[in-house]
Design a protein around this ligand. Structure first.
Ligand code: 5GP
Length: 203
C-alpha cells in the first residue's frame, strides 16, 4: 500500500492575500493588528497615504505618510497596486512590491482598503480573499469614530454618510465579519483563513 502523501495541490498551503474592507469605524485596523499578533505567519501591509498622522500614529508603524507629490510619483511609477481618494480628501494606496514580494516567498499578507480599493484589487489580483467587516450597528460606528478623539466633527459626519453608502456592497464579498467584539472577530477571521487553506478551487 502506498504511504506517500496524495498529491492534492492544496496540501501545499498557499500564501493568502487577505483584503479587509468596510466602513471607517468598523474596527479593521484593530482587527488586523490583533490578528497578526496571534498569527505571525501573516504580515500586515501598511498603506501609503497623504493624510496627516493623527494622535499617536507613527510613520512606518501605522501608515507610510507621504506628500501629495511623493504619492503622485508612486502612482506614476506603477508602485501602487491600487489607490483611491477616500472621503474625497486624502489619497491612500497599497504598495505593490510589499504584497508581491511577501506572497512570492510564501508569506500571507493582510491589508485594509476602502471599498473602491477592494474593487480595484478584484481586477488586478483575482486570487485575493475579500472580507467585509462591519460593526453591529450604526451607533457603534459613530461611537468608535468619536472615541478616537482625533476626528473633527466634519470628518465624522463625512465618514458616517460614506458608511451608509459603503454598507450596501456587502454582498459582493467572499465573507462577512460582524465585529461585535474584537476577540470574536479575530476568531472569525482565523476560521475563514483555515477554510481558505483547505479550499479546492480558486479564482
Ligand atoms: P483612516 O483615515 O481612518 O485611517 O482610513 C480611511 C479609510 O481608508 C479606511 O476605510 C481605510 O480602510 C481606507 N484605506 C486605508 N488604506 C488604504 C489603501 O491603501 N487603499 C485604499 N483604497 N483605502 C485605504
Amino acid at each position: 500500500m502506498g504511504t506517500a502523501t496524495f498529491p492534492f495541490p492544496h496540501h501545499k498551503t498557499p500564501a493568502l492575500f487577505v483584503v479587509l474592507s468596510g466602513p471607517s469605524g468598523a474596527g479593521k485596523s484593530t482587527l488586523m493588528q490583533a490578528f497578526v499578533e496571534q498569527y505571525p505567519e501573516f504580515v500586515r501591509c501598511l498603506s501609503v497615504t497623504t493624510r496627516p498622522a493623527r494622535g499617536t500614529e507613527r510613520d512606518g508603524t501605522d501608515y507610510i505618510f507621504v506628500s501629495d507629490q511623493e504619492f503622485a510619483d508612486r502612482v506614476d511609477r506603477g508602485q501602487l497596486l491600487e489607490h483611491a481618494q477616500v472621503f474625497g480628501k486624502h489619497s491612500y494606496g497599497t504598495p505593490r512590491s510589499f504584497v508581491e514580494e511577501h506572497l512570492a516567498i510564501g508569506r500571507s499578507v493582510i491589508k485594509d482598503v476602502d471599498v473602491q480599493g477592494a474593487f480595484t484589487i478584484r481586477g488586478t489580483f483575482p486570487g485575493a480573499l475579500h472580507i467585509f467587516v462591519v460593526p453591529p450597528n450604526r451607533a457603534e460606528i459613530e461611537s468608535r469614530l468619536r472615541s478616537r478623539g482625533t476626528e473633527e466633527e466634519e470628518s465624522i459626519r463625512r465618514r458616517l454618510s460614506e458608511a451608509d453608502r459603503e454598507l450596501t456592497v456587502w454582498d459582493r464579498y467572499d465573507y462577512l465579519i460582524i465585529n461585535r467584539d474584537i476577540a470574536q472577530a479575530v476568531r472569525d477571521l482565523s476560521v475563514i483563513v483555515a477554510a481558505e487553506r483547505m479550499r479546492v478551487r480558486r479564482a
